[in-house]
Design a protein around this ligand. Structure first.
Ligand code: CTP
Length: 400
């Protein structure tokens, strides 16, 4: 029996010409054994009739947010809870913009906002609309929120132009939805676990144009986030400024300063099972941030610095149940310094890596020593992505 059998799929249709393909998608999902409910925007009803979708899905089609009759049959919150997966096909530029910004001005956007089910989009639009910076910025926002996008494909468009913007074919989308369930049925090592990760450097403002920071690229933390997500975890990444895109399916919260990272991380720690601190948090920040750009003078300048909060220390002390992993970047006495940090910060595990002299920071490879209270594992220099998967497997073994 297929993993999609009896699963609840909510198909959302927004107003695009590709809506005609969605009838075939609903039919294929039902053939695979899924239960399907359809929700259409007003614009979608101009392209394909609700009656067609009702006949194919075998269920009344939902179109209105404030329809007393529909609410009596299955209210919008119930429908949001009913869904195991939401697929919006086609997702128009306008719908993506509304979803990215959390609007709830029609039934479909409200359902997306009120549901905890994974949201998938099959974008379809004119190629210029797709490549428009406004749409691309919404795509980035959606990915950061953990929404998964499929396509668009390249090819001939309804408007006669050729380029990226075609909705994926119905059968492709049906297979993609099915594969989501077969992957989760495989019982991955971190299924059901919530992993919180800090990554990248922090920036400590001196004045509106200057800051103190460090050479961290965020690559290790991002690789760990991607590995944890692929191993079935629900991942939240609190990241300082880096030149990396959020890994697919990972929720990212962008921050600048250590204080912001501290605040967001503590807020998220409460609902997490595992915390991995890979961020290179600045230990100090300027005591006084100038409102205006500081002008050059002939006199020497000195900068007064204050301590920043220790994020890892605060998380491990406030949430003793959390499995806490720290990183120790050291230029000398690697093992000794790392052990001291592990005890001082009350950690379950510490990953010690040599830095400086062209090692560790801003590179694609890393060599680490993993320390527990009574165990030591050495991992030779390797690609950060391979290393990330090994590290997460070690964490999974510890907590399972
Ligand atoms: N860390 C943190 N918050 C800070 C400083 C560090 O969460 N303000 C975390 C890092 O993400 C890392 C670990 O603590 O996982 C070790 O960081 P490191 O800077 O090496 O240790 P420090 O305690 O700052 O000690 P030192 O700088 O003296 O080596």
């Amino acid at each position: 029996m297929s993993a999609i059998n009896n699963k609840h799929i909510l198909i959302g249709i927004s107003g695009g010409i590709a809506a005609y393909k969605t009838a075939e998608l609903v039919r294929s999902l039902i053939k695979k054994g899924a239960q399907v409910q359809v929700c259409m925007t007003q614009a979608a009803c101009d392209f394909i009739t609700p009656l067609t979708l009702q006949a194919i899905s075998g269920n009344p089609v939902h179109t209105d947010l404030l329809n007393p009759q529909a609410e009596a049959a299955m209210g919008h919150i119930e429908l949001a809870r009913w869904a195991d997966l939401i697929m919006i096909a086609p997702a128009t530029a306008d719908f993506m913009a509304r979803l990215a910004h959390g609007h709830a001005n029609d039934l479909l956007s409200t359902l997306c906002l009120a549901s905890e089910a994974p949201i998938h989009l099959a974008p379809a639009m004119n190629r210029v609309m797709w490549s428009n910076p406004a749409t691309q910025s919404n795509v980035r926002l959606l990915k950061e929120q953990g929404v998964q996008l499929h396509g668009p494909a390249e090819g001939e468009q309804a408007c006669g132009e050729v380029g990226a913007g075609r909705m994926l074919e119905a059968l492709q989308l049906a297979d993609l939805i099915e594969s989501q369930f077969s992957a989760s049925a495989k019982q991955l090592p971190l299924s059901g676990k919530k992993v919180l990760i800090t990554a990248g450097p922090t920036r400590e403002a001196i004045d509106p144009v200057r800051y103190i920071s460090n050479r961290s690229s965020g690559k290790m933390g991002y690789a760990i986030a991607a590995a944890a997500q692929q191993m079935g975890a629900e991942v939240t990444l609190v990241s300082g400024p880096v030149a990396l895109e959020a890994p697919a399916g990972v929720r990212r919260i962008l921050v600048e300063s250590a204080k912001e990272m501290h605040q967001q991380t503590l807020k998220e720690a409460e609902r997490s099972d595992i915390f991995i601190a890979t961020a290179a948090v600045a230990d100090y920040s300027p005591a006084n941030v100038a409102d205006q750009k500081i002008k050059k003078t002939d006199d020497p300048v000195s900068l007064e610095l204050d301590y920043n909060p220790d994020i890892l220390m605060d998380v491990s002390h406030q949430f003793p149940e959390l499995f806490c992993v720290g990183f120790a970047a050291e230029t000398e006495n690697l093992i000794e310094h790392a052990k001291t940090k592990m005890l001082r910060k009350k950690l379950d595990m510490i990953v010690a890596n040599p830095v400086g002299h062209n090692q560790g920071f801003d590179k694609d490879t890393n060599q680490v020593e993993i320390l527990f209270k009574d165990q030591h594992i050495s991992l030779p220099e390797q690609d950060k992505r391979t290393l990330a998967t090994k590290l997460m497997n070690i964490v999974a073994n510890q907590i399972n």
